[in-house]
Design a protein. Structure first.
Lengths: 462, 568, 259
């Protein structure tokens, strides 16, 4: 039996990096410590006996097992023959795989999009418009005395967020943890997060924008109408004053803002509101990103082509305009004739019309598990689970990069996301008559005992 | 084994005293050698200028705030993209290019190394991911330490040995190249929305002064005998009248010598000095104070500057000087990004238009040129734009054309706001630089300041085979009357050779290159356990990641080159 | 003026990029050269003649060219992109970005227009007889300098975010407009003859917005200033005048007839 420490949890954007995982002598994961119930599940079910391990190709309407070479070849053929392939997902894998994906998308003249499109894409659009005043989570730990959760519910969605970073954790200037902080929740529902809040405002549905506008007017001394979004003027003025009076405030927001009426406009004004507050105090804002590496997908895309997601390489250069070049919109308008889906499950999450489009075109699904997406695919290639069976970079919701660890070897014959994408790309280049580069990916062994990034010289002298 | 012979070029190699002599340069594999065999590939450089590969000592080209800049500015890329080619990836961005674009543009200009001037330690992994993905050019990154809590605590307590050990640990953990200070103390104060404007303003709570942080880290830097000196982005950047703060900062290290004068001459490099040479009291009476700053640098041979020329373009400002960006946002009312980093630093990003029609921008343009021309020794003043802060690095050819032609400067001055000539001195400075001077400011100078003078920035035997060949005949053409020709020349080389590999021919990228990431290991094989205890406490109590997940793993510097300073 | 007619062939496609279909780009070309003009379906490049019968005659001067697309092409994008002169008539509907970045000339769409019609327009005239999608006369992502000049008229309804970050020019919507008309405007003029959904003039700092119909939900950042009379299209309207968006510290003007 061995214990891997400092393991990084491959579930949500909180990206907890203090997980301990026990692995028995048969290389089976048998216990975790520190993880939340969702994270624990991810590790404990990774090696489930019914996990699907073989590539499958649809033949005569049925997905039947194939060799890896057949599946790779079929995938490459689908992409090479397509006029406008969509390469979507990328948020539950590491940056190295995402980089391979960028090269592939460019190589096949496709559109590269990640799950931002259905979570915090609107936040990104707002950043284009007004920027964003933010920080790393440690700043919240050490300084924040006003913590405002708006349209997010970390108690359920990011279970360790409040204890690790944002509310209960004691920090340098917040020695008493929660007692040093005021918790404000604004949400159209009385969520579990709202239940223990010091202040809870419940605006009418779809009127968050108007409420934020009212707060901004209040900062400037009014005047305000009797009520806005169903919140009485006095309440708005009280909260406005609290926000101004804090020493260091933070606004966390989630899909309660990004995916409701007005979408990116809600974030645009939320960011503007926090920017306003810096006239009076220090006030910052952060998106509660969902998939553990959706932030990394944006980062990789940004540094490789300049745009964060929804990038169309059809014309040989990057083009970007979510609304046109985003996966959901492309599928809604039936502008894709093939798709590669990896590290996401649009079959479960996209509106049904878009899923129908996906089902109607040749589609490659790369996923460790059988999902609604894999079951409508033309090719399914199961992959290793990043953060458990493969190492690589991931970016936390505050864009702090952490290297995901490899705790155990993947099952025999199962390739990593990166290997699969690179093999497809090499086959694509062969089909395109291009010179195929040498294999560069280096595989790391599963790490034994307390893994450390230190050289021996930096290990504590004992 | 591969061999190249660059024949009959006009060679400019200040380190070896070669000033326009017609010479051959022999290359075997990745080094410059005495001679090569008759089978070597011959490049005919007759009638062309030959220099070592250019070195950018200060640019923001990789890492978190650069990506914030990219994210904030899709409009910077619309209609500014490039198609993928046989050897090249697609990309784009005028002021904040994608990493591929960055590598290609530098290489086309004959640059073979560009250094990322501000790496936040907690996000160092990000900087390295971008650098590893940037093709063709060698890179290093400067580790931000000027607002680090433990640095300030050690300085406050006077624990010099611990500070030295911690600096070495941080450089190792971040795989960084040098000790970088950005608005020392001020960026920590920004955690509370405050600032340290003067070097005697105490940092809130930590109760040390910026002056102590500068001196303390400079001392640690020499104690560790690091290849380059500290690099300082001084306090009070970009404000009218700030030259006094700059002079105060210069005084701190007057007379201090580097531990090993064989490697370099300076104990401090002042970054983007243009932004720190401002007179007046407000933007209304804003004027140049380049002269007193240049005088001071002329007196202090133990200091260097990179200029940070304003190029009069629309660009994107980005810096770890958080309060400065907030100030800028309140000045131009354009979008603002801020990114404070726990226990370490801050950052901000704001777009900026240096409009030739606005008096302040014209004065800034003049100040950069004045500084360069008033500093006697070009080995002390390096060409940068603090990319992209004062302008994009792709404008270096234009800057060179201004430096080589007084007429070009006067012509530009004439198009600027009418008050500019009265507030600047540039109209009365007739000095022009020649290719030898330019080679000092872009090759020999930065290489020596970085402590890489033996390996980079020259064409002597044993140097890295980094060579730029330009289509310009200095015997038949006159740079003083031909600024457009100079700009065209420096924009696209005839050949760029990097590490013995021909990467550019006639402005076309022809190779995927052999880039390396250069970093410094000054740990000398041991680590004080008491310091490790101090570090560990910070992680357990105040950091949001574990100590074991903090250091940049070797995977991120797979093509790394480690410099290990010798400490007697 | 010479007329070039593009008659859609009966051919299937997912969508086409027609950014080369402008009088500027046809000027000085023979008809055969016009037929060879590149048009794109995803990552494939085709000739205009593959998808359209090209008839008529051209001229060396774009001002003297009138292009007629003789049919409905709702899946063809970028028609009239960056056009600076001449005329372009579509006898039916168009896809996204019709007249995007145009600086002059006249583009008329008899049917509906997709999203981003007249995006970042600097001059000229864009007339849409049917309905328009979102972002009519808006900016490109991130640019604080949206529509700078010219005029857009939508006879039907328009979508959300019309005139975003507008700095000049005029947008007239004869029907209704959806959310956030004139958001982030720093200038220019928007007229909505019908109703406007909520958040009209959100975060605007300068410019004029006239709403003759009803506004859905009132934005608190607009402060009542006075009652007034305005003259619009030859008629007098009694309006209430508001200033906003105060939340943004803005001084835009909203004229509200509320009829």
């Amino acid at each position: 039996m061995r214990t891997a420490t400092d393991v990084v949890c491959p579930f949500c954007g909180t990206l907890c990096d203090d997980i301990e995982v026990d692995v028995d002598d048969a290389e089976k994961i048998c216990a975790t410590r520190n993880a939340c119930i969702i994270g624990d599940n991810k590790f404990m079910t990774a090696q489930a006996p019914d996990r699907h391990l073989h590539p499958r190709i649809r033949r005569g309407g049925e997905l039947v097992e194939s060799t890896m070479d057949e599946a790779i070849n079929k995938a490459a053929e689908i992409l090479v023959n397509a006029k406008h392939p969509l390469l979507y997902g990328w948020s539950s894998t590491h940056c190295e795989a995402q980089e391979a994906g960028m090269a592939l998308a460019e190589g096949v003249g496709g559109t590269m999009d990640n799950t931002s499109v259905c979570c915090h894409g609107p936040s990104v659009l707002a950043i284009h418009t007004v920027g964003i005043s933010s920080c790393t989570l440690g700043e919240i730990i050490n300084r924040a005395d006003i913590v405002l959760y708006w349209g997010c519910n970390p108690v359920n969605a990011h279970p360790r967020h409040m204890s690790r970073y944002s509310l209960y954790k004691r920090g340098f200037f917040t020695e008493r943890g929660k007692s040093d902080r005021t918790e404000i929740v604004i949400d159209v529902r009385r969520t579990e997060t709202a239940q223990k809040a010091d202040i809870f405002l419940q605006p009418e549905q779809g009127r968050d924008y108007e409420l934020m506008n009212a707060l901004r007017v209040a900062f400037r001394g009014g005047p305000l109408p009797e009520s806005v979004a169903g919140i009485p003027r006095a309440e708005i003025e009280k909260v406005a004053q609290m926000l101004k009076d804090g020493r260091f405030g933070i606004l966390f927001f989630g899909m309660g803002l990004t995916m409701t009426r007005g979408k990116h406009r809600n974030i645009d004004i939320a960011i503007s509101l926090t920017a306003d507050l810096n006239t009076y105090t220090k006030f910052l804002i952060m998106a509660m990103r969902g998939h553990y590496n959706v932030a990394g997908a944006d980062q990789v895309s940004l540094w490789e082509c300049g745009f964060p997601y929804a990038v169309d390489f059809a014309r040989g250069f990057p083009r970007y305009n979510p609304g046109e070049s985003s996966a959901t919109d492309i599928l809604a308008r039936k502008e894709a004739d093939a798709a590669l889906i990896i590290a996401a499950d649009p079959g479960a999450h996209f509106p049904i019309d878009m899923v129908r489009t996906l089902a109607s075109i040749p589609m490659i699904a790369i996923d460790p598990h059988v999902t609604p997406t894999t079951e409508i695919a033309s090719v399914h290639i199961p992959s290793a689970i990043v953060g458990i069976e493969d190492a690589g970079s991931a970016y936390r919701m505050d864009n702090v990069p952490i290297r995901m660890r490899k705790v155990v070897e993947p099952p025999e014959g199962v390739l990593t996301d990166q290997e699969i994408i690179e093999r497809i790309h090499r086959r694509v280049m062969e089909l395109q008559g291009l010179e195929v580069p040498e294999v560069t990916a280096v595989k790391e062994p599963a790490e034994a005992l307390a893994p450390s990034a230190f050289d021996d010289i930096l290990q504590r002298a004992t | 084994m591969s061999e190249i012979l660059v024949k009959n070029g006009y060679v400019y190699d200040p380190k070896n005293g070669v000033n326009g002599d017609v010479m051959d340069i022999a290359i075997r594999d990745d080094k410059i050698v005495d001679a090569v065999s008759p089978t070597a590939k011959v490049i005919d450089a007759s009638g062309k200028v030959v220099m070592a590969g250019g070195i950018d000592i200060h640019a923001h080209i990789a890492g978190p705030k650069v990506n914030v800049g990219r994210n904030m500015r899709p409009e910077d890329k619309l209609f500014n993209t490039s198609k993928r080619g046989k050897m090249t990836r697609s990309g784009g961005g005028f002021s904040v290019p994608s990493v591929f674009e960055t590598g290609y543009v530098y290489s086309r200009m004959g640059y073979t190394q560009a250094n990322e001037a501000a790496m936040p330690p907690l996000l160092a992994r990000h900087t390295h991911e971008e650098m590893a993905d940037t093709p063709l050019i060698d890179q290093s990154a400067y580790t931000l330490l000027g607002n680090n809590w433990l640095v300030m605590e050690y300085i406050k307590r006077g624990e010099k040995d611990k500070l030295n050990a911690f600096v070495a640990w941080m450089l190792h953990a971040t795989k960084g190249y040098c000790v970088k200070l950005v608005n020392p103390g001020g960026s920590e104060a920004w955690g509370w929305g405050m600032n340290c404007v003067n070097i005697s303003d105490p940092v809130p709570y930590f109760d040390v002064m910026p002056s102590e942080i500068i001196s303390g880290l400079a001392e640690a830097n020499e104690a560790l005998n690091l290849p380059t000196s500290i690099h300082l982005h001084a306090n009070n950047l970009g404000h009218p009248g700030n030259y006094q703060t700059t002079l105060d900062s210069i005084k701190l290290l007057e007379g201090v010598l580097p531990r090993d004068g064989k490697i370099r001459d300076q104990v401090i490099n002042f970054a983007h000095m243009q932004f720190h040479s401002y007179g007046g009291t407000t933007w209304k009476d804003f004027e140049t104070e380049a002269q007193p700053i240049a005088d001071s640098i002329n007196k202090n041979k133990n200091m260097t500057v990179d200029v940070g020329f304003v190029t009069l373009d629309e660009t994107t400002t980005m810096t770890a000087d958080g309060p400065m960006e907030y100030y800028l946002h309140n000045t131009n009312h354009l979008k603002w990004a801020n990114a404070d980093i726990e226990l370490e630093t801050a950052a901000g990003v704001v777009p900026y238009i240096y409009s030739p029609k606005i008096s302040v921008c014209g004065i800034q343009w003049a100040i950069g040129l004045e500084l360069a021309l008033l500093i006697d020794d070009p080995m002390q003043a390096f060409i940068t734009t603090d990319h992209p802060n004062a302008g994009p690095f792709r404008r270096y050819p234009r800057i060179i054309s201004w430096l080589m032609s007084n007429q070009a400067r006067l012509d530009r001055l004439e198009t600027l706001h009418k008050v500019v000539p009265d507030r600047v001195a540039i109209g009365g400075i007739s000095r022009v630089f020649d290719f030898y001077d330019i080679a000092k400011m872009t090759r020999a100078g930065p290489a020596r300041a970085l402590g890489l003078g033996d390996m980079k920035g020259h064409l002597g035997v044993g140097a890295d085979a980094d060579v730029a060949i330009y289509n310009y005949n200095p015997k038949t053409m006159d740079p003083t009357t031909d600024p457009a020709g100079i700009e065209k020349t420096f924009k696209n080389t005839a050949y760029t050779i990097k590490g013995g590999d021909i990467v550019v021919i006639d402005g076309e990228v022809v190779s995927k290159g052999n880039k390396r990431t250069i970093w410094v290991d000054a740990t000398n094989g041991s680590m004080d356990p008491a310091v490790l205890d101090d570090i560990e406490k910070k992680f357990v109590r105040f950091y949001s990641v574990t100590m074991n997940n903090y250091p940049v793993q070797d995977e991120y510097v797979a093509r790394g080159l480690v410099v290990k300073p010798e400490v007697a | 003026m010479k007329k070039v007619t593009l008659r859609p062939k009966d051919k299937e496609y997912m969508f086409l990029d027609a950014d080369n279909v402008t009088p500027d780009n046809f000027a000085g070309k023979t008809l055969d050269e016009v037929r060879a003009v590149e048009i794109y379906e995803g990552n494939r490049t085709y000739a205009l003649g593959d998808y359209f019968d090209v008839i008529g005659e051209t001229d060396p001067d774009p001002n003297e060219i009138g292009i007629v697309i003789d049919g409905s092409v709702p899946k063809v994008k970028y028609i009239g992109m960056k056009m600076s002169a001449g005329k372009l008539l579509v006898k039916g509907s168009v896809g996204m970005y019709a007249g995007g970045w145009m600086t002059g000339g006249r583009l008329r769409v008899n049917g509906d227009a997709g999203a981003y019609a007249g995006i970042a327009m600097e001059g000229g005239e864009l007339v849409i007889d049917g309905n328009a999608g979102d972002y009519v006369g808006a900016n490109y992502r991130g640019d604080w300098r949206g529509m700078k000049g010219g005029k857009i008229v939508v006879s039907g309804n328009a979508g959300s975010d019309i005139g975003e970050a507008m700095v000049g020019g005029e947008i007239v919507v004869k029907g209704n407009a959806d959310l956030q008309a004139g958001i982030h405007a720093h200038g220019g003029k928007i007229v909505i003859e019908g109703d406007a959904e909520s958040r009209v003039g959100a975060q605007m700092t300068k410019g004029d917005i006239i709403v003759l119909g009803k506004i859905g939900y009132w934005l608190p950042g607009f402060i009542y200033k006075k009652d007034d009379q305005i003259d619009y299209d030859g008629k007098q309207y009694a309006v209430k005048v508001y200033q906003g968006d105060r939340g943004e510290g803005g001084k835009g003007t909203l004229y509200y007839a509320g009829a």
